[in-house]
Design a protein around this ligand. Structure first.
Ligand SMILES: [Zn+2]
Ligand SMILES: [Zn+2]
Length: 345
């Protein structure tokens, strides 16, 4: 089969590799879609800077896989040939407290391995997966929908659930890339009556407005906080989500949060630099860190997407075949549009 590797220095390599064979408790999934995440760009494609859970071990790339099971190994109990599945993208040890809670992302066992990071991922014709990481993809959702859920939409949903977003909350989203788009679309379905999006890139704000992911677009400049306060009666937003991964975006998220509000950080990398008393202690803000989601919450999300008639694939602005992974990564690296998908058809 074919698989895409990321040697670093903004290069991609399409290589022939052996077809996988399922062991005990494993399935082989024919890949139908495998989207590109900001983390792939930041920690693998540009240069291999990840350590620990983000260390890239030279495997087939792609940690947002979705497809159809074509082979099951012995001992599989829930899934069978023909089942459409989203992959929760980390296989954990299965026994630690984090794994038992479904947060395999936070497992620290040496057995932990993420698809596309430490074990072969989804930019290939087939993926060897643990049955425990499969989430059923409802018929009403497309394979590209499923790929978007595998990391991005799951991450956004987890952040909003942590903040307990409801119809009582205006939501500020700093960074309207793919995760920010997901946060805006999901916050709307969860009842948020006002969603304010902020970005340095005008094209990303335009896309967010055109998708109905935000109600108000704010350019990330010196007037941004005034604009946020003007749109919220001078209070700021009850909930803020930073999906920018930048120090400036985090700071604006915190300062744009209403007193006694909640702020969730999901954008990765860099530092948080604030004056702690005026930004956090005096306004009594609850600050959450949030990393991906649990496998149980991912299953809940795909059911809710059907109820909400929300298709994550609307955030995909660029689609490529497996043979065009080089172009797919270049577009994702430029970070001017929405989600970039590798779709196998
Ligand atoms: Zn990701
Ligand atoms: Zn574990």
């Amino acid at each position: 089969m074919r698989g895409v590797f990321l040697p670093g220095n903004r290069e991609t390599e399409l290589r022939e590799v052996p077809d996988p064979t399922p062991g005990h408790g494993q399935v082989v999934v024919r890949m139908r879609a495998s989207t590109i995440c900001g983390s792939d760009i930041r920690a693998i494609y540009r240069e291999h800077l990840g350590t620990g859970a983000e260390a890239y071990r030279g495997v087939v790339a792609g940690h947002e896989p979705c497809g159809e099971i074509v082979e099951v190994g012995p001992g599989c109990r829930r899934f069978g040939v023909g089942d459409r599945v989203v992959l929760y993208h980390i296989a954990g040890c299965g026994l630690c407290a984090d794994c038992r809670a479904g947060y395999m992302i936070s497992c620290t066992s040496p057995l932990r391995a993420a698809y596309g990071w430490q074990r072969d991922g989804g930019h290939a014709d087939y993926l060897l997966a643990e049955e425990s990481t499969c989430v059923p993809l409802p018929d009403a959702l497309t394979f590209v929908d499923g790929a978007c859920v595998a990391c991005g939409f799951g991450t956004a949903y987890e952040a909003l659930c942590r903040a307990g977003v409801s119809g009582r909350d205006a939501v500020l989203i700093t960074g309207t890339g793919p995760v920010g788009l997901a946060a805006g679309l999901l916050a709307g379905r969860m009842g948020a009556p006002l969603r304010i999006g902020l970005d340095v890139e005008a094209s990303r704000l335009e896309l967010a407005m055109s998708l109905g992911a935000i109600d108000v677009a704010v350019a990330a400049d010196d007037d941004a906080l005034d604009a946020i306060h003007n749109a919220t009666g001078g209070h700021g937003c009850e909930v803020s989500v930073d999906a920018s991964g930048s120090a400036a975006g985090r700071r604006t998220a915190l300062l744009g949060t209403r007193h006694h509000g909640r702020c969730v950080l999901v954008g990765e990398g860099g530092r948080l630099e604030i004056d702690v008393s005026p930004a956090l202690i005096h306004p009594a803000i609850t600050l959450h860190g949030s990393w991906v989601t649990s496998v149980g919450r991912m299953e809940e999300l795909v059911h809710n997407l059907v109820r909400w008639d929300l298709h994550p694939d609307v955030t995909v602005t660029d689609r490529f075949g497996l043979d065009s992974a080089t172009d797919a990564y270049a577009v994702a690296d430029a970070a001017r549009g929405g989600k970039v998908a590798i779709a196998m058809g």
